[in-house]
Structure formats: structure tokens, C-alpha cells
Design a protein around this ligand. Structure first.
Ligand SMILES: [Mg+2]
Length: 314
């Protein structure tokens, strides 16, 4: 297995493991250091189960495998079909948009209508499902930009939500370009190069640039895209392994599954699939499509990563 393939698999399995490790901590207060969760435990779902973050990423991944470059009409139909299958969790903003699409409003208009009612809403719903593009477009930065943006805009049109999604996928992209660089340096370089590519709101840029200096008590880890990005970048810059980064991120509580998802993807790109603890990889699972009876395990995410990576050759 090449180092690049190991890291591409690390993104898919890392994001999913992070979602599942954070699942029982979602909506809970942060855990003190002596009481941190370090194992897959039961929560609203059985231990190891992934949540909507991964389910929506699977919508995006399967849409890309069905039609590439990304067909937004197909993706919007997959998101809506998933929503109509009554998933156990769905973001409030995402539900409002998908309700409109399900009621017949065109998918290019629905998110703008919801955004007009809540102009300041800038949630993390677009970035939490974006990692399949970092794999499929690891050698095509032009498509990575265009598709990261348009997949986000189906539900989230606020500039911060879009820029947060671009930032996250650019960071993954740049880490993958520097395979010979030590991980702690690679993440630093990736953040600098990625922030150079986007015109971020000055406060958002400050949040990103100061992320490594934060104390856990300063991290709100809410569903606001700025908070999620801040938590993930803090976790990967203040630790030296996949396991340590992910434990830090999910024990912030609140939107723990999504900070886990982003942290898992970035740490998976930094340290590779082989660095993900076996006990977590063996525990992770979930059903997709919902109520289809089709179960996804670690091996399915490895295969998915390889299939997505093969799109870059096409
Ligand atoms: Mg979730």
C-alpha cells in the first residue's frame, strides 16, 4: 500500500471513526481530563454507530461514483431521499432546506430561501460531509474547489459555511501534497497555504490562526462552522497522534460527533489509516441507506476510499 493510499483511506475511516466516537458525547458538556471518553460507548445509538455526518458523506460519495464531475441534481435528490427516510439525527438548518426540496421547491432555491429567513445562520452541515471530495479530487484542485462549494450550497449558502468547507478540503489537499513532511509541520503549512487561497472573514481568519493556542475551556464546539473548524484545528495541532487528537476533539462535547468527524479526517490524512486504533476501526459501523438493511463496516469505507481515489485518474 502506498503512503498516499494509506492517507486517503485514513481520511474516510478517520472521519467515520471520529463521528462514531463523538456520537455519545453530542449535546453533552465537555468532559474533564480525568473522565475522558476514549472508547466507543453507547449513546443515542449503539456504541460505534456513525451518525448523519457520515450518512450525508455517503450520499456525496455515492453520487460522485454514479456521476462525475458532481451532478448536483442527483446529489440533492440523494440528500432529500436520505432525509425522507427519517434518519436518527439531522441538523435543524439542513432539515428546513430538505423539507422545502421535498415539497417541490427547486434545489437551487431552497437553501437561499432558508438563509433569507436566518441570514446569520452559518452551520457546519456542509463541511461535515465534504471529505469524499478531498479523496476523489486529491489530484484535481480545480474540481475540488468547485465541487466543495456546490455540494455545500445545496443546504448551506452562508459565506462562512462555504469558506469553512473549502478551508477544510484545502487543508486535506495540502497535507496530501507533503507526504515527506513531518505531520506537525505539514498541518501548519497546510493551514497557511489554505488560508491564502480563500478570502475569509477577518474574525474567522483570526480564529483559524489562533486555534493552536486555545485552552479547552475557550472552545465552545458548537454547530457554528467557525467553532467546529477551530476545535478540529486545535486538536490536530496540539497532539502527536491520531488517537490523541481525536480523544481531545470529542471530549469537548456539544457538537462532538462533527468535531470528531473533521478531526478524524485531518488526522487520518496526517498520520494515515494504519495509525487509527484497531479497536475503534473494528467497532465502527452503521446502516446506509437508512432502513435498507445494508450495513457499513471498516472494510466498506476502505473500499469506498479506493473507489473515490480512482476517480482522480479519470
Ligand atoms: Mg451527527
Amino acid at each position: 500500500m502506498s503512503d498516499l493510499q494509506d492517507r486517503l483511506r485514513g481520511i474516510a475511516v478517520g472521519a467515520t471513526v471520529g463521528d462514531a466516537l463523538g456520537m455519545p458525547l453530542e449535546f453533552h458538556p465537555p468532559r474533564p481530563d480525568d473522565f475522558r471518553i476514549t472508547e466507543m460507548v453507547d449513546g443515542p445509538l449503539p456504541a460505534g454507530n456513525f451518525t448523519d455526518d457520515t450518512e450525508m458523506a455517503l450520499c456525496l460519495a455515492e453520487s460522485l461514483l454514479f456521476d462525475s464531475p458532481l451532478n448536483t441534481r442527483d446529489l440533492s435528490a440523494r440528500f432529500t431521499g436520505w432525509y425522507q427516510s427519517r434518519p436518527s439525527d439531522v441538523g435543524i438548518h439542513t432539515a428546513l432546506v430538505l423539507d422545502k426540496i421535498a415539497s417541490g421547491i427547486d434545489f437551487t432555491k431552497a437553501a437561499h430561501q432558508v438563509q433569507a429567513q436566518e441570514p446569520d445562520a452559518s452551520g457546519n452541515g456542509g463541511v461535515m460531509r465534504a471529505w469524499p471530495l478531498a479523496i476523489a479530487r486529491h489530484a484535481n484542485p480545480g474540481l475540488l474547489t468547485a465541487e466543495s462549494r456546490i455540494q455545500c450550497e445545496i443546504t448551506h449558502t452562508h459565506p462562512d459555511s462555504i469558506n469553512g468547507t473549502l478551508l477544510f478540503n484545502y487543508i486535506l489537499y495540502h497535507i496530501l501534497q507533503t507526504l515527506d513532511t513531518p505531520p506537525e509541520l505539514a498541518i501548519r503549512q497546510a493551514i497557511v497555504l489554505s488560508t491564502d487561497q480563500i478570502i475569509l472573514d477577518p474574525d474567522f481568519l483570526l480564529t483559524v490562526n489562533l486555534s493552536a493556542l486555545r485552552m479547552p475551556k475557550d472552545l465552545k464546539n458548537s454547530g457554528w462552522v467557525r467553532h467546529t473548524i477551530e476545535s478540529a484545528l486545535w486538536a490536530v495541532q496540539t497532539t502527536r497522534s491520531f488517537e490523541e487528537a481525536l480523544v481531545r476533539a470529542v471530549n469537548l462535547g456539544n457538537d462532538a460527533d462533527t468535531s470528531g468527524c473533521l478531526t478524524g479526517a485531518i488526522a487520518g490524512a496526517m498520520y494515515g489509516y494504519h495509525s487509527i486504533p484497531e479497536r475503534w476501526r473494528h467497532a465502527v459501523h452503521g446502516e446506509y441507506p437508512i432502513r435498507s438493511g445494508k450495513l457499513w463496516f471498516e472494510a466498506d469505507f476502505v473500499r469506498l476510499a479506493d473507489q473515490l481515489a480512482a476517480l482522480s485518474a479519470g
